[in-house]
Design a protein around this ligand. Sequence first.
Ligand code: AMP
Length: 282
Amino acid sequence: MNPEVTSEPERVLNAVKAWKKQGLSVGLVPTMGFLHEGHASLIRRARLDNDRVAVSIFVNPKQFSPSEDLDSYPRDMEHDLEICRAEGVDLVFNPEPGQMYPDGFQTSVAVDKLASGLCGASRPGHFTGVCTVVSKLFNITRPDRAYFGRKDAQQLAVIKRMARDMNMDVEIVGCPTVREPDGLAKSSRNSYLDAEERKAALCLRNALLRAEETVARGTKDAAEIRAAALKALEAEPLARIDYVAVVDPDSLEDAQGEIGEKALVALAVFIGRTRLIDNTLI
Ligand code: AMP
C-alpha cells in the first residue's frame, strides 16, 4: 500500500490521533531524506516494533550553520517515496520549512553539556536545531518509539537525554550503523565525494579498526587507543581531522587513563569539503 504523504502537521496529528483511538502503536523514523539502506534499516526495525510507522523527511534549516551545506544537501523525494513504499511505511511527513517554523516562531530546545563537545564543539547550535525539530516531530506524530542510528552517536545520546529530561513519553531506540561493502558508513553526504575522495573516506573505518585492534591486543590506555586511530587518519593526505576522541559512551566525557568496561571511539573528518563522522564501541 502507498503511504499517505503530507506536508501538513495538522493532518499528521489527526491521522495519529485516529490510530491511537484504535489502540495502535506508532513508530517514528526522523530523517533528512535522500534515503539509503541505513534509513531503511531504521524503518524495518520500526515496522517490527509498531502497528504504524511514520517517516519524516525534512532538511531542517535550524541544524545547519550559515557556512554549512543546507542549500546543496542532496534531495530525491521520488526515490525516498519508493523506499518508504517498499518498506511498508504508513505515513510520510515532508513539511516545508515554513510549516515547521512559521513567522513568529521563537522557541528552541537545548541540551547543555552532552551537546557541547565533539560535533557540538565544531557545529555550534547544531544540536539545539536537532532537539528543537525532534521535539516538534514528537509532538506532531506522538510516537510510542522513535528510531535513531548509532552512526550519529552523539545525536542519539542527546535525544535520549532530552526525552528523559523533558518527560517525553517516547522510547528512543538506537540502531546499528549500516555500511557499504568496503566498510564506509552509509551517509547521504557520501554523494558529495568524487572517486578519489570516496577511496580516501575509507580512512575513517580504518582508523576505527586500528583502535579496535589496539584494544584487542590488550591495551586499555585511552591515549594509546586514540593515537592508533589518529595515525591511520594522518596517513591519508585528503583527510583533515576535526576530532578523534575516546569517550564514555553515556556522558561523552573524554576517557582518562584506562578505559572502563566500554568506551566510544568517535571521529569527524573532512574529506575535501565533505565532513564525515563514524564511531565504534570498544
Ligand atoms: P539523516 O537523514 O542523515 O539525518 O539520518 C536520519 C537517521 O538515520 C538518523 O537517526 C541517523 O543516525 C540514521 N542513519 C544515517 N545513516 C545511517 C547508517 N549508515 N546506519 C544507520 N543509521 C543511519
